[in-house]
Write a new protein. Sequence first.
Length: 276
Amino acid sequence: MSVDHYENFPVASMLCPPALRPAVTAIYHYARTADDLADEGDAPAAQRLADLAAYRADLHAVASGAAPSPRWAAVFGPLAEAIARHALPLPLLEALLSAFAQDVVQTRYTDRAELLDYCRRSANPVGRLLLHLYGVHDADSLQRSDAICSALQLINFWQDLSVDLPRGRLYLPLDQCAAHGVDEAALFMQHDSVASRALVQSQCQWARALMLGGAPLVHRLPGRAGWELRGVVQGGLRILDKIEALRFETLRQRPRLGTIDGPLIVWRACCMRSRG
């Protein structure tokens, strides 16, 4: 299973222990389907919110041992098994739905704190769910996982500016835009300038610092989980490298990872060293 367009989700790869792959896949499809309800198609906002409310009702149904509605049976059947087998924390699954619903109604963010609150619900629960599956619950590991997941979400934002702006969404914090002298209207016109590039550069530096702050977690996770997380961390950092190579001009173009990036990511993952 690859990361197709739920970009922040660490994949259930060959490195994932076979016993955990069904649960990881079930969580992925749960998150992916909910995200599509919020983002895809041309349904009005009211319909999207109603669909997410129905989706939440199915989550509560299976969490209590009841049957879900037929609409998403293919999602909630495997998820119910994962919840029962691994005691998945319901608040983490609910937090994802809260973030997706927010995406339907909120298209601007005042400052970094507000954006991080969104990441706390849109990305961080995924990392915490995976740590739960691996039996890792200590506070430091959870904090570092949150840093990695928030960084991945932010990197995705800076990578996808050329996609989000035409859809009317601006994830660049408004106070940062003002500090760099970048007008909101100019951003939606995708007007590239020295100021807009400096704005994107500062947000990428922020995301990189978050990622590096969380990176020591790779040495705490057991066996293959730690190696998979190394790839996730290095993949995110590689996207930042590609944004930098474009001189931070992502208002009109979207950098992507290609086949040529794979060996470099693997090499960098192998070179990650613990500092004790």
